[in-house]
Structures are given as C-alpha cells and as structure tokens.
Design a protein around this ligand. Structure first.
Ligand SMILES: [Mg+2]
Length: 390
C-alpha cells in the first residue's frame, strides 16, 4: 500500500445563505503558533487493510473530531498533491458540528527534542468554521483546489431550493446532461492557432535546438509567459527579465518586439469543425490564455476569430486557465451553465480544471479525435471530415 496517500472530509454547512467549511488545526509542538496556511481538512493515511479511501476519510474524520460523518451523499472532490508529494483524496459532506464538542485522538512525541520525555498531543488541537474567504487564508495552499471544487459542485448542483421544473432530480445522469449541451468552447493556442515561440527563436538560435530549449525553459519560460497572459504589462515583464539576464537581453526583447513571428498558421482541421458546428447553429466560443496587448494583432492575422460567438482572454480577465475564476467569468459573461458547454483544450491542467467545475472537457490531441468526441456527445458533425475543407 502506498503510504504517500491520505484521505479526508471537507464538512460544509449553510449559514444565512452562505457556505461555511470546517477546517482543522494540527496539534503538536510545531504548529502552535503557525496559523495561516497550516489548516487542513481532517484527514489521514489509510491503514494497511483499507482499500476504499472513502472509508479512510470517514474513519479519520471520526478519529480527529470525535463525530461521525453526517449521513447523506458525499461529494467527490477528487485529489490534490501536497508539496511533499502526498496525494490527498477528499470528499465533501453537508452537516453541522459544534467545534466546542470536537475531540481528537492523540499521538505521543519526544519533546523537547532529545529530552527523553514523551509528551502526548492531540492530532488536531482545534476545529473551526470558516467563510470561504477566510478558509482560503487558513488552509494549506495545496488544498485550496478542494475549496474551489466544492464551490463549483454547489454552484452547479444547488441542494436547496430545488430548481423549478427540475423534477427534483439532482443526481448526475450522463444521458440527461448531454441533452443540455448546447455550445462548444475552444482554446486557441495549440488547438486553433499555431502559436509557438519556437517559430521565432529557431531563427534567432540559428537552429541550435538545445540552446533554444534551454532559453525557453530557463529564461523566457512558460510561467513567465503565463503572467503576461494574465495581465502583467509586457514591457515591464521584458525589462525586469532582461535586467536579470543582461547577456540575453537582446533575445528577451525579441519576445516582445518580434512576437508576431511566433504566430504560425491556423489549424485547418479544427477550424473545419468550428465552421461545421456554426453552420449547424451551434454557438462556438473561445476561452484562451492570451495577453490583451498581443490579441489585437492576433485578431487581425486570424479573421476567423470574428466568426465566433464570443471570446474571453486571460489578459482581459486578469487571471488565466487553469484558475476556475476565468471559467466562471466566461460562463457568467455569456449566460452559460457548466453542463451546457463542451470545452476543448490541449493542456491537461486546463481540462482537469474544467472538469472540476462540471464542464464536459475534451483533451485536444488532433482535429479528428475532437470531431469524434464531439459527435459522441451529440453535436451535429459529419463523420471524419476532410481536414483541408474550407
Ligand atoms: Mg493551448
């Protein structure tokens, strides 16, 4: 059994129309004064005979709070990976608990170090209810996606009151869900537009692939680019990086001055799918990580963008995928619900984030595979279209 796993329960309740979550503060000598960023959902490792991690989560919750997990269906929150590599599996449960009545099991620990004295500490020295904003300040950073996923689950599946005309059926039903799908959202880079810094830097590095790859992973790397996409001023990003790498300044400046040369062509196979959907009356949108500063140029180079129903780029929102906020911004802007859209992206992280919000997400590999997947979801597309048809 892999001991780098852990399972737990995120308890939530509604207070005056707001959701609150119960977090636990670890006991023991190391965490006494550490507060922000150190709280956790009640959780622990599976015992050697535990195969079902949901049972581990229930047992740990009971051991650390002294209360059983309230009856009722659990919401599967998936897994997150903590800094040390441990993977935490989590479920959300709806229910109340009085923190004053919570008691935790204990562990013993030699303290002070090398003193030979064993002291007994509670695994959890206290639990508290927090608003979502406060919970985000307190919880271990790696666990924040669990709060986002609970948000998303409660937003797409309002437990109360039931949606009028919904017949009270709140359970996930793929057949029923697919009939609600009515729009398709495409990522741009790597899916419809061949944007790639290598188109520019292959020229600048004279074909020295190794040196170019080194530059694109060590200097003008994807994380640096992502901050520009999320709204950091392009000029500022270039100046700051160039001041840290004066020997590469000319290459760094080229990132902005010759940015247009990173644009290759359009992926015709995907564009054919887009046009076929639109021809059949399906609204098609784009949701992309793109700097607002370079998007005007992009638009003029790719007139097909004007055919789309709507476009949201990270540069305008101030946050990029895979942050759930940009998906929510997109849905709110166009009045779409998570279960009404199919989303296509070549980044596994973006696909996972969309799924976490209840969106039907397709990982883009090639146009034919996306055509097949969208057909399977019920979208009106011909079988195996000609990639070069226009
Ligand atoms: Mg992409």
């Amino acid at each position: 059994m892999n001991s780098r796993r852990s399972a737990g329960i995120l308890l939530f309740r509604r207070r005056e129309g707001r959701v609150e979550v119960l977090l636990a503060h670890p006991g023991g000598p190391f965490f006494g004064r550490k507060d922000l960023g150190n709280w956790s959902i009640p959780k622990g490792e599976p015992s050697p005979d535990e195969v079902d991690l949901e049972l581990t989560a229930r047992r740990e919750f009971e051991e650390e709070t002294g209360h059983r997990v309230p009856a009722g269906p659990l919401i599967d929150l998936g897994a997150v990976k903590q800094k040390g590599g441990k993977v935490v599996y989590a479920w959300a449960a709806d229910g109340d608990l009085d923190p004053a009545m919570a008691t935790s099991n204990t562990f013993s620990f030699e303290w002070p170090p090398f003193s030979g004295r064993m002291k007994i500490y509670p695994e959890i020295d206290r639990v508290e209810w927090f608003t979502p904003e406060e919970a985000r300040r307190r919880i271990k950073e790696a666990q924040t996606p669990l709060l986002d996923r609970l948000d998303a689950a409660l937003a797409t599946d309002p437990g109360d009151p039931p949606t009028p005309g919904d017949g009270g059926e709140q359970d996930y039903d793929p057949a029923r869900t697919s009939t609600r799908l009515r729009a398709v959202v495409f990522d741009l880079g790597g899916v419809l537009i061949d944007w790639n810094p290598r188109h520019l830097y292959r020229t600048l590095f004279g074909g020295n692939e190794a040196a170019m790859e080194d530059f694109l992973s060590e200097v003008c790397n994807p994380e640096w680019n992502a901050r520009i996409d999320a709204g950091r001023p392009f000029a500022e990003a270039v100046e700051e990086l160039a001041s840290r790498h004066p020997d590469r300044a000319y290459l760094i400046h080229a990132y902005r001055e010759r940015w247009g040369e990173m644009l290759g062509g359009v992926f015709e196979g995907t564009l054919a799918v887009v046009r076929e959907l639109r021809g059949a009356g399906v609204p098609v949108y784009a949701l992309s990580n793109w700097s607002a500063e370079t998007f005007a140029l992009t638009r003029s180079r790719f007139p097909f963008l004007d055919e789309l129903e709507g476009i949201v780029i990270s540069g305008d929102v101030g946050v990029g995928k895979p942050d759930p906020a940009i998906f929510r911004n997109f849905m709110a802007r166009f009045g779409l619900q998570a279960d009404e859209i199919a989303f296509v992206d070549d980044s596994p992280a973006n696909v996972a984030a969309a799924r976490g919000l209840g969106i039907e997400a397709i990982h883009f590999e090639n146009a034919e595979q996306v055509r097949r997947d969208l057909r399977r979801l019920g979208f009106p597309l011909a079988e195996g279209g000609d990639a070069l048809r226009d």
